[in-house]
Design a protein around this ligand. Structure first.
Ligand code: ZN
Length: 131
């Protein structure tokens, strides 16, 4: 998936896709973040579905406007998930870390899962043991 820069027209790879909380009228909200490789403008794309009629909307922002949107939407993060880049949007996976703590509250183990964006299936990628 590529995001086209509205300033210079270059097509750019996506850096991050973040899952956002619902707002009053919209659900299934995603924020796509990128930066133009040519003119270095920040790019942000907001994908959301209007609750009343299930209609999807895509808005793309550039430069300072993109920075404002990113700053605003980062407060509405649903989960601290970072989606890694895949060729097709439907095949995107995101990394999900599950932390295990001991009785003192120290993190002793982290399990890193790769989750399929479309199906929600999880696959254990690695376990990090904190000694
Ligand atoms: Zn550009």
């Amino acid at each position: 998936m590529l995001v086209q820069c509205g300033v210079c027209g270059a097509k750019n790879n996506v850096f991050e896709v973040l899952e956002l909380k619902d707002i009053k009228d919209f659900t299934d909200r995603l924020l796509i973040i990128s930066k133009c490789k040519v003119c270095r403008n920040d790019l942000a794309q907001l994908i959301e579905v209007r609750k009343i009629d299930n209609k999807p909307f895509t808005d793309t922002f550039f430069g300072t406007e993109a920075q404002k949107v990113i700053k605003r939407e980062l407060r509405r993060l649903k989960n601290k998930r970072t989606f890694s880049q895949h060729k097709h949007f439907q095949k995107w996976v995101y990394g999900l870390n599950k932390e295990y703590k001991n009785k003192k509250g120290d993190i002793v183990r982290i399990k890193h899962y790769a989750c399929d964006f479309a199906t929600g299936n999880k696959r254990l990628e690695k376990t990090i043991v904190n000694i």
